[in-house]
Design a binder for this molecule. Structure first.
Ligand code: GLA
Length: 395
């Protein structure tokens, strides 16, 4: 089924705003003043490059998080989630501090905290969250939650914050309030993407440009394959990769790995084999992003497959963030006729993306499902990704 997780009811589409508003009414009584949507993302290519001041090329999904919200005059932030109904949270805005809110609610509470920290006068707010984005699938459900809350809070309280600035605040929520040292990619994708386009983001300058990605016109399908292994970044392995990159840059005497570009063999000066591998991934991945952009702009999306697969091999062997189900999915997708495939997102679980000619998509599904069944793994889930619009107010 196009645009939906296979076998999943889903709530994407016109009914999504109503469902979020109904959930709000159930929790707080009455209709919300507004409903906002922030999408999850697929990263087409450019993995673990954002915190190295490099290039990323994500696009927004149709799926995401809705925040139905209203102001209140008692200075409280009240949060409830349709996906976690047993754990509503109420906290005075004045008491928000890193560590003060745990679990799912830390993401929207962190957004309120970051906006307050930046000096904007957020007032009391009731927020009801609803989502149709699989959590743990590495499709940025955390950033979508932060961005939906951040957009709702700023627009409800008439605070004028430009989108790139809002992305930075949502990232701050994740880095400082939740405590995960991620880069800027996911929040930027959620807030800045355009339908039918991927977002080329230069994470050093902050410059963003929309790159046409009309899969349908090119006769292509980008299949998201949820490997059903939960992805999480909070366990220290993501932070360890980040530190290794900083160490590698220090050894090379450059401010960041972004500065290592055109000289082949530049990373070979690093004697530590682990740091050398980490650096090689980042340097080669930046080059792959730019080459992908060149192909897309030349209307040659169908030739991006080998770049995706090369990215996966680099993430598997040099950066070591892949996982067995992803490696099997990438191989099975190729065997089923995909043009290329790679893990997407931070790694250690989550999803793989496979680019295929539309008529090969069924073969890719069959091949991947078969490979998982042969190993006794839970069946993978499939989504045909549609490059969609960034966050907006739904009503
Ligand atoms: C996660 C982080 C991003 C980025 C990716 C890896 O999604 O949130 O900032 O670092 O991992 O590319």
């Amino acid at each position: 089924m196009v645009g939906r997780w296979q076998g999943d009811g889903g709530v994407t589409g016109p009914g999504a705003a109503d469902r979020a508003a109904d959930w709000f009414a159930e929790g707080y009584g009455g209709q919300p003043e507004g409903v906002w949507h922030a999408p999850g993302r697929v990263n087409l290519i450019g993995e673990h490059t954002d915190y190295n001041e490099g290039f990323v090329l994500p696009f927004a999904l149709g799926q995401g998080v809705r925040a139905a919200a209203s102001r209140r005059d008692d200075g409280l932030l009240e949060l409830r989630s349709r996906q976690v109904p047993a754990s509503p949270v109420t906290v005075p805005l004045s008491k928000l501090a890193p560590g003060s809110v745990a679990g799912w609610a830390a993401y929207p509470a962190g957004a309120a905290w970051a906006i307050l920290q930046a000096g904007y006068p957020v007032g009391g707010t009731s927020i009801a969250i609803d989502a149709d984005l699989e959590r743990g699938a590495a499709l940025s459900s955390s950033a979508a939650l932060e961005c939906a809350a951040a957009l709702a809070l700023t627009e409800l309280h008439a605070l004028s914050v430009e989108r790139p600035g809002l992305a930075a605040l949502a990232r701050r929520a994740e880095n400082e309030f939740v405590g995960v040292p991620t880069g800027i990619m996911d929040q930027s994708a959620s807030l800045l993407c355009r339908a039918g386009h991927a977002l080329l983001l230069d994470c050093r300058s902050g410059q963003a440009s929309n790159v046409p990605l009309d899969l349908e016109a090119a006769g292509l399908v980008l299949l998201v394959i949820d490997t059903r292994v939960q992805h999480a970044l909070a366990d220290g392995r993501y932070a360890a990769r980040r530190r290794a990159c900083e160490d590698a840059a220090r050894v090379l005497g450059v401010p960041s790995l972004r500065d290592v570009t055109d000289t082949p063999g530049a990373v070979d000066q690093i004697t530590d084999p682990l740091l050398r591998r980490r650096a090689r991934h980042v340097v080669t991945e930046n080059a792959r992003v730019l080459e992908t952009v060149r192909l897309l702009r030349a209307d040659e999306a169908g030739r991006c497959g080998p770049l995706l697969t090369a990215s996966h091999v680099s993430l598997r062997d040099d950066f070591e963030v892949s996982w067995p189900q992803a490696d099997v999915a990438v191989e099975a997708a190729a065997a089923g006729g995909a043009l290329g495939a790679r893990m997407t997102g931070g790694g250690f679980g989550g999803s793989v993306i496979a680019l295929a000619e539309a008529e090969q998509a069924a073969g890719v599904r069959v091949s991947t499902s078969g490979a998982f069944a042969d190993r006794g793994w839970p069946p993978p889930r499939f989504l045909e990704a549609q490059p969609s619009a960034g966050a907006s107010r739904l009503r």
